[in-house]
Design a protein around this ligand. Sequence first.
Ligand code: PMV
Length: 348
Amino acid sequence: MATADLDAAQPCFHSVEGAATAVAHPNIALIKYWGKRDERLVLPRTDSLSMTLDVFPTTTTVRLAPAAEADEVFFNGAPGVGEARKRILSFLDVVRETAGQRERAVVDTRNTVPTGAGLASSASGFAALAVAAAAAFGLDLDVTELSRLARRGSGSASRSIFGGFAIWHAGRGLGPAADLASFAEPVSVGDLDPALVVALLNTGPKAVSSRRAMQRTVDTSPLYRPWADSSTADLAAMREALVKGDLDSVGEIAERNALGMHATMLAARPAVRYLSPATLTVLDTVTQLRRDGVSAYSTMDAGPNVKVLCHRRDASQVADAVRSAASCQVVISGCGPGASLQSGALQR
Ligand code: PMV
């Protein structure tokens, strides 16, 4: 049963009550995941690598509802609607299939980060849901299995099972063997005390979901293949830089990988453009910080918001520069923890 080190005061927390609560944090990819080779199994085309944040946690409770005929979903206390709700229901079907059960469930998920704004809410959301749902349905999963399960909800969620830095292996081929080979795990990091300064430029939902945008990019962008090839080389260089604790190399590789990913989207037909004028203002500010001798590097996901990688000791200076250049709210994050049941940390 236990996927976690359950509190002795609540030894049967999930098995008797059929309910569990989990917390997970978003992660920001330094080597991006962009493009699937299997939509249903969420198998990516390339490996990716991320840092888990210590801000913007998602807390999710899953409670089995044996008498109910349908699942129920609540986002921040309000009934879930639309695509976001549909994704959770499909995910519950995957959990039920894995557990060999048919019971319906009530999902209550609370995000502290704006949803669908390219701030990795789906990573924290599906990591927390995977851990809570696995426990509520009595699945005995280790962290690798939880990472595979979270992947089925949202690819990037596979990495939020882990704290610190994590690599998500693409695996090869298709089918069940490929499914087994595609999971995240922690990566070794040398002497590094990094921060990500998050510039909240626009927290509204994005016009095109990352799922649709990456599919269009793979299908139509002539730049996709070259980027995917260079991303494989970037990942190898990034791992070396992380082991050496070389923040400048880590940052340079992360920035070029992210800009390359956005270039693939700009070349898609029709183009997908998430970057806004405010994004470019922050990019210029970060370039100027580097000219002034501060190690700072930008990365952007499926939205206009910029995350700036720097040494933790420089984070306030970077935050001040970004805030005054873009007149925006700024949040400083360090390396965060992996997903956990509320009553204890994942063990296996
Ligand atoms: O996990 P998804 O489907 O939300 O896709 C995430 C894609 C990026 O955030 C742009 C990159 C990444 O690796 O997280």
